[in-house]
Design a protein around this ligand. Sequence first.
Ligand code: CA
Length: 239
Amino acid sequence: MTRILIVEDEVHLAQGLLFNLEAEGYQAQVVETGEAALELLLAKDPPFELVVLDVMLPGIDGFRVITELRQAGQYVPTLMLTARGHPDDVLRGFSAGADDYLTKPFELAILIARMRSLLRRSEWMTQPQNQVKEQPIDRYAFGEKTVDFGRLELRVRDEAFPLTLMEANLLRYLIEHEGKPVSRRAMLEDVWGLHEDTDTRAIDNFIVRLRRYIGDDPRNPRHVLTVRGVGYRFIADPK
Ligand code: CA
């Protein structure tokens, strides 16, 4: 049975989610604070396949929770619940390592659809035989680096960096447009599905991280180049 951790301090919402997720056949548990969530998720072999994480919590907030999880190497798929009208929260959540988000208030059916999609993705990752036929690009090598989109992993020589779903999606998008400039707006719309009036500079945080993983010097990058006034351009094989 798929086990879900709900991190939500609004009792009515939390109980409603618990009831409905159990009715859908999931096994769900509610905690009301970020501290409690970290304690459960940073334990050895945490028994959850997915986390629904509210941003606004008493004590440490959802951003801090996701940041600490990812820093500790805990990559459990996480869907963040953000307040409507704060599109920058969405990017902050993704920057911290969230896999998806939903703005409150939301339709239960939409939440379940998003959860299913994250779960499908992570189940599929653990079945290597499925990777090649289902993905347009499964692995991609450039320089001395290999991106494994199935495993959400970037390998640089002997070192492996885990990627969040969104980091992998952004890298895939840049690679698919190899050699061509892609605008920040296009990345927000095509990778994140954001059509709101979001500050497009927030995309730069992702680029900073991708460059760090692939060893690109930000002052003189070789693979992920800045296109002034537009966005970025990926070059697989610099000259
Ligand atoms: Ca809350």
